[in-house]
Design a protein around this ligand. Structure first.
Ligand SMILES: N[C@@H](CCC(=O)N[C@@H](CS)C(=O)NCC(=O)O)C(=O)O
Length: 177
């Protein structure tokens, strides 16, 4: 049985939750209180961060966890089939901080940010892996921070919300708002 060290409000953990649900994988959750992290978490992940996956070995870093799960449970595939498309998807994952993350956290701190511009050009809608990398932040922007989404993203989110894995995360985030 896989174990996910998880925190409900953490968008990085949401990436792992969504992929596990999408793949229909049964797993156990160990909930971490981010305000009072246990010392043993640093033995699992020296950075002291969640998510951490235990599948008989310990794996931190949400984007790495997502790709691991996509290989471990191949159906439905999240990375595209073509080599070029896979490379482009990995690039969009690699650039997450530049393309949304840094501005999201600036907005959260009440600092100047370019979230509206970032949302206009978000590299989603082509690969399910990239969609799930970005979705937790897009959902929190709309549901928690009241940021309006461009029509393209509303439509994208509406289609994805039909999938139980995404619907569950949306419900969780609405409970946080
Ligand atoms: N690069 C990590 C980031 C994970 C992360 O920042 N998680 C937050 C919770 S949302 C955390 O554990 N923060 C604790 C800390 O920063 O000390 C990943 O992608 O998994």
């Amino acid at each position: 049985m896989l174990t996910l060290y998880d925190a409900p409000r953490c968008p990085y953990c949401a990436r792992a939750r969504i992929v596990l649900a999408e793949k229909g994988v049964e797993y156990e959750t160990v909930e971490i209180d981010l305000g009072n992290r246990p010392g043993w978490l640093y033995e699992l992940n020296p950075a002291g961060k969640v998510p951490v996956l235990d599948d008989g070995f310990v794996l931190p870093e949400s984007a790495v966890i997502m790709e691991y799960l996509d290989e471990r449970f191949p159906e439905p595939a999240l990375l595209p089939a073509g080599r070029e498309e896979r490379a482009r998807a990995r690039l969009a994952v690699f650039r997450f901080d530049d393309l949304l993350g840094d501005d999201y956290y600036a907005l959260r701190r009440g600092e100047p940010n370019a979230v509206p511009e970032r949302l206009e050009t978000l590299p989603v809608g082509e690969s399910r892996l990239v969609d799930y990398v970005y979705l937790p932040w897009v959902v929190r922007l709309r549901e928690v921070y009241g940021v309006p989404l461009p029509d393209r993203l509303e439509e994208w989110l509406r289609e994805l919300a039909a999938r139980p894995a995404v619907a569950a995360e949306l419900e969780l985030v609405r409970g946080l708002a």
